[in-house]
Design a protein around this ligand. Structure first.
Ligand SMILES: NC(=O)c1ccc[n+]([C@@H]2O[C@H](COP(=O)([O-])OP(=O)(O)OC[C@H]3O[C@@H](n4cnc5c(N)ncnc54)[C@H](OP(=O)(O)O)[C@@H]3O)[C@@H](O)[C@H]2O)c1
Length: 216
């Protein structure tokens, strides 16, 4: 049984739901807020790494970037979200040892395969890190460490309420007529860990209720 987990951005929303689910099966969880670990601030990331050197389960999650038109994105925005969604996660994987038989979960977005032009800062850095995780999944598999990229569609959290003007109208247009509860994603992660699913490695899983239009 896995013993210890770190859930980055585990104070609210999807991360908090994963932390609750993993705790419910007796896994010790360190669920961080932006105050504990700000993934856009490399000093914060380095200080966190110094205190957290190994773990069984690492959930790489963080806040989502704002929706900005490409021509309005400032140079400092590119740098901030490069750090927030890409470089911080690379530094964590280079410096926090995932114990044998462990798991790395990435929380990305269904938009990585079907880019929303307004969420360019999100799509682009997430797809770059997805490539890193895919590459690493092969070497980490030698120690039975499993890497899974979860690509959520609409999940009912503050992030979704920030992005959507009229939630009721928005939900009506979704295949299931609703966005997911964060606990659905939390339960999915728990099921993978609890059942020791290991062959589902190096994959991106759309968790979008059928909302996306792509086939693969
Ligand atoms: N909800 C959706 O429909 C949806 C769909 C696709 C992808 N996603 C992505 O999934 C991720 C989680 O989203 P959510 O819906 O759970 O959002 P949420 O409910 O707004 O929660 C955001 C979490 O991220 C933390 N956070 C914010 N900025 C951070 C930073 N710079 N460094 C570290 N942690 C930070 C927050 O910590 P504090 O409590 O300290 O603020 C909080 O724990 C985001 O990247 C989001 O874009 C969400």
């Amino acid at each position: 049984m896995k013993k210890e987990s770190i859930i980055v951005a585990g104070s609210r929303g999807i991360g908090a739901a994963i932390a609750t689910s993993l705790s419910s099966i007796g896994i010790k969880t360190t669920a961080t807020s932006k105050k504990d670990l700000d993934t856009s601030d490399l000093n914060s990331v380095k200080s966190f790494i110094n205190k957290n050197t190994e773990v069984d389960i690492l959930v790489l999650n963080t806040g989502g970037p704002p929706a900005i038109d490409f021509y309005d994105i400032k140079e400092q925005d590119f740098i901030k979200y490069h750090n927030q969604l890409f470089l911080s996660f690379c530094l964590m994987l280079q410096n926090i040892k995932i114990r044998d038989d462990g798991y790395v979960f990435l929380i990305s977005s269904f938009n990585i395969k079907e880019p929303d032009p307004k969420l360019l800062l999100s799509n682009s850095y997430r797809i770059a890190f997805t490539s890193v995780l895919k590459s690493l999944s092969k070497s980490l598999a030698k120690r039975n460490v499993t890497c899974i990229n979860l690509a959520p569609g609409p999940i009912k959290t503050e992030r979704l309420f920030d992005l959507v003007d009229n939630m009721e109208e928005f939900e009506k247009q979704l295949p299931l007529g609703r966005a997911a509860e964060p606990s659905e994603l939390g339960n999915f992660v728990r099921a993978i860990v609890e059942n020791n699913i290991k062959y589902l490695n190096g994959v991106t899983i759309n968790f979008d209720g059928g909302h996306s239009n792509y086939i693969l």
